[in-house]
Ligand binder design. Sequence first.
Ligand SMILES: N[C@@H](CCC[C@H](N)C(=O)O)C(=O)O
Length: 281
Amino acid sequence: MGLPFLKMHGLGNDFVVLEGRRALLELPGDWIRAVGDRRTGVGFDQLIVMEPPSDGRADLFMRIFNPDGSEAGACGNATRCIAHLAMQAEGRGSVTIETLAGLLEAVRGETGLITVDMGPARLDWAQIPLAEACDTLHVPMTVGPLSDGVATNMGNPHITFFVPDAEAVDLAALGPIAEHHPMLPRRANIGLVSVRARDHIRFRVWERGAGITRACGSGACAAAVASIRRGLTDRCLKVSMDGGDLTLDWRESDGHVLMTGPVSTSFVGEFAGDLALERFS
Ligand SMILES: N[C@@H](CCC[C@H](N)C(=O)O)C(=O)O
């Protein structure tokens, strides 16, 4: 039996989306890695499985896998994509999505862009988590020219480094070293920020378990929070990535980060693979 999938992306950060609400999908790690590898499979930055929610307040649960088979707690760009699918199916303008990191509320604005409340930025060293107690505004970790980073947990761990010119940094070489640095017991997504104005930053990312991607929603949240904490930008700003722009707002009243951006559907496909499917009763 074939397994249908949707290929979607948010600003070029691309996803294979599977329907797992009627039948529990048992996805072997080897299968995830083979499908995620662009040389052997359809390829993705993240594999997203829609599952039934465990919390009655949520419309659905979103499970997130990286192409190396690891599971992530948050994915901002995919949250917009899944929110779009759920809103379209229900004919509604807002939905609540459950993730490993918590409940995320999403609304479609008049322009068609989707805003997700990505929840609070977690800033304590143990919440990131880091290997030892330190000030997360100045993480004692150096990788080549990258140092004095800012650590943020947005449901997943991020280290943001400020550099004069993000384009000039060899992220392909430095990203994997930083991702596996001993300060990061659960690894981390590695971001580079160059500040362009009080309301605009340039952001490049090396994603944990995925490598360089064209955009990272949770990384954009972390980059915005880091820039604001350092006093380099205002609380509402544009984050420009290789794949396009997101608008970020770190709300003062509750410390939640609001992320606004677009959603795209690329194509519908079907895996012919022999996956174990366990029917819900
Ligand atoms: N693309 C994502 C982040 C995906 C998860 C990340 N690689 C991790 O392991 O934490 C986004 O848009 O936020």
